[in-house]
Design a protein around this ligand. Structure first.
Ligand code: NAD
Length: 478
C-alpha cells in the first residue's frame, strides 16, 4: 500500500477501507495501491501541521528561504528520476515529464525570492506623530489537492509558496498518480524542513472532504476538473476558508489565413496531442479563418498520422496513453457523439493502437458546429475539432460562447489581428503564435470563467498573496 508522509517519515495507511489501484497506463500493470479513506491518518497529519505552525512561522524568513535554495539543488540532482516517475505513473513522454519537473522548479526559484516579495510597506507621518505599516503574515495550515495530469508541477505550484510564507501544508495528491508527490516531499524534507511543516495524506473524496471541513485548515488550493473545482470552492468558502480552485478547460485556437503554416501546425499538434490531450492548456478547438481551413486540416491529419504512440519511457514515443480505462471510454464516447452529431471524422484515433495500455490515437474532426458536445465540453483526450469562420471577429465571437476561459491562442503575422484578439477574447492566458501559453512561475496561472473559482491565482505574486494575510498597524509615538 502506498504510504503517507507525516512528521518527516513514511507512514503506512491503516488497514481496511476503500482501496484504489495505481496503474502504469501504458502497460496496465498495477504499480501500487492507495487507500482512499484513511481519515485517522488525516487527523494525525492535521494535528502535526497545526502543532508545527508556531515554530515555523517564528523561523526567520532567511532560514526558510535557504531551504528552498537547497531544495532547488536537490530537484536538479533528482530531475531525471522525478521525470521517470511522472512518465511511469502518468504515461506522458519522458521529455515532456522532464520539462514538467523544470516548470515546477521555477516555482521553487520564485519561492527563493520570498524575502523581496513578502516585504511590507510603510508610510510615515500619516498624521502628526502617526506612522502606518503593512506586514504580510502567514495564515496557518494550508491544504493542496492536486490532479493526475501534472504529478510534479502542480504540487510544486503550491507547497513552496505556502511554506516559504510561513504556513504549514498538507498535500493530497491525485490517487491516480501518488508516487511522484512522495519523492517531492521527501526531497523537501531532506532540504531541511522541520517535522510537521509538510505532511502528505493520500486518498480520494473522503480525504478532500476532511480537509474542507476541518477548522484548522485556513486555505485550500485545488486543481482539477470543473465540477470538483466548483464543489471545493463552494464547500471551503462556506466553511470560511480562503480558496483558489482551478478547474477544467475548453481551449480555442484561432488560425488566420496569414499564419506561418509550418510552425502553426507544429504548435497545434503539440498542444492538442501532447500528453494525449491531458493538459488544461491543450488546444481543443481550432477555428480556421477562411480560406485556410482545407489546407490546415490536411496538414494536421498528415502530422497526426506520423505520431508514434507508445510507453512514455521509450525514447521513440511521441504520444502516450490516457490515464485509465474509464477515461479512455469517456473520450471514445465523445468521438461517437461527434460522429452522431454529423461532424466529419478526418482522422480516427481508434485504429492501429498498441495492444496494451489505455491508448487513443490522434483524432481529428472537421466541420464541427458550435452546439455540438465536442465543441463545448472538455474531452481531455487527443481529439481536435476544427471549425470554420469567415473573419477574426466571427472566430472570437464563437470562442467566447464557451463557459470556460483558461487559455486561447492566435496564429497570425498581423499585429493588428493580435491586438484585436488580445482585447476581445475571453480567456485569462493568451498565446500569440504559441501552442501552450503556460505562464512562467513569476506570473499568475490566470484562468477565467469556469476554469477558475476564487480571486488570487496560483503562482506569481498572487500565489504568495494567497498564502498570506495583510496586517496594517497604525502607531502614534509622542
Ligand atoms: P479530478 O477533479 O478528478 O481530481 C482532482 C482532485 O480532486 C484529485 O485529488 C481527486 O482525488 C479529487 N476529487 C475527485 N473527485 C472528487 C470529488 N467528487 N470530491 C472531492 N474531491 C474529488 O481531476 P483530474 O481528472 O485528476 O485532473 C484533470 C482535470 O484537471 C481536467 O479537467 C483539467 O482541465 C484540470 N486541470 C486544470 C488545471 C488548471 O490550471 N485550470 C491544471 C491541470 C488540470
Amino acid at each position: 500500500m502506498w504510504p503517507h508522509w507525516i512528521d518527516n517519515a513514511r507512514v503506512e495507511p491503516r488497514p481496511g477501507g476503500i482501496i484504489s489501484p495505481v496503474y502504469d497506463p501504458a502497460t496496465e500493470e498495477v504499480l501500487t495501491e492507495v487507500r482512499l479513506d484513511d481519515t485517522d491518518n488525516l487527523e494525525r497529519a492535521l494535528a502535526s501541521a497545526q502543532g508545527a505552525w508556531a515554530g515555523w512561522r517564528a523561523t526567520p524568513i532567511l532560514e526558510r528561504t535557504r531551504i528552498f535554495f537547497r531544495y532547488r539543488q536537490l530537484l536538479e540532482e533528482h530531475r531525471q528520476e522525478l521525470a521517470e516517475s511522472v512518465s511511469r505513473e502518468n504515461g506522458k513522454t519522458l521529455q515532456d515529464a522532464f520539462q514538467e519537473v523544470g516548470r515546477g522548479m521555477e516555482v521553487v526559484e520564485l519561492a527563493a525570492g520570498a524575502p523581496t516579495l513578502l516585504k511590507g510597506e510603510i508610510l510615515t507621518d500619516v498624521a502628526h506623530g502617526v506612522d502606518t505599516t503593512l506586514v504580510r503574515v502567514p495564515l496557518g495550515v494550508a491544504a493542496g489537492i492536486t490532479p493526475y495530469n501534472f504529478p510534479a508541477m502542480i504540487p510544486l505550484w503550491m507547497m513552496p509558496l505556502a511554506i516559504v510564507a510561513g504556513n504549514t501544508f498538507v498535500l493530497k495528491p491525485s490517487e491516480r498518480t501518488p508516487m511522484t508527490a512522495m519523492r517531492l516531499v521527501e526531497l523537501l524534507s531532506e532540504a531541511g524542513l522541520p517535522d510537521g511543516v509538510l505532511n502528505l495524506v493520500n486518498g480520494g473524496k473522503q480525504i478532500v472532504d476532511g480537509l474542507l471541513s476541518d477548522g484548522r485548515v485556513r486555505a485550500v488550493s485545488f486543481v482539477g476538473s470543473q465540477p470538483v473545482a466548483h464543489y471545493v470552492y463552494q464547500t471551503a468558502a462556506r466553511a470560511g476558508k480562503r480558496v483558489q480552485a482551478l478547474g477544467g478547460a475548453k481551449n480555442y485556437h484561432v488560425v488566420m489565413p496569414d499564419a506561418d503554416l509550418d510552425s502553426t501546425v507544429e504548435a497545434l499538434v503539440g498542444s492538442a496531442y501532447g500528453a494525449a490531450g491531458q493538459r488544461c492548456l491543450a488546444a481543443s478547438v481550432v477555428i480556421a479563418v477562411d480560406p485556410i481551413g482545407d489546407v490546415l486540416v490536411e496538414r494536421l491529419k498528415e502530422r497526426g498520422d506520423e505520431l508514434v504512440l507508445g510507453r512514455g519511457l521509450e525514447s521513440s514515443t511521441e504520444m502516450g496513453p490516457l490515464i485509465r480505462a474509464e477515461h479512455r471510454q469517456r473520450v471514445l464516447d465523445f468521438v461517437a457523439a461527434g460522429q452522431a452529431a454529423g461532424a466529419e471524422l478526418v482522422r480516427d484515433g481508434r485504429q492501429r493502437l498498441p495492444e496494451q495500455g489505455f491508448f487513443v490515437g490522434p483524432t481529428l474532426f472537421d466541420r464541427v458546429q458550435p452546439d455540438m458536445t465536442i465543441a463545448r465540453e472538455e474531452i481531455f483526450g487527443p481529439v481536435l475539432s476544427v471549425m470554420r469562420a469567415p473573419s477574426l471577429e466571427a472566430a472570437v465571437e464563437l470562442a467566447n460562447r464557451s463557459r470556460f476561459g483558461n487559455t486561447a491562442s492566435l496564429y497570425t503575422r498581423s499585429g493588428g489581428a493580435a491586438r484585436y484578439f488580445r482585447d476581445h477574447i475571453e480567456a485569462g492566458m493568451l498565446g500569440i503564435n504559441i501552442g501552450v501559453a503556460a505562464p512562467v512561475a513569476w506570473f499568475p496561472f490566470s484562468g477565467w470563467k469556469e476554469s477558475f473559482y476564487g480571486d488570487l491565482h496560483a503562482t506569481g505574486r498572487d500565489g504568495l498573496e494567497f498564502y498570506t494575510e495583510k496586517r496594517v498597524i497604525t502607531e502614534r509615538w509622542t
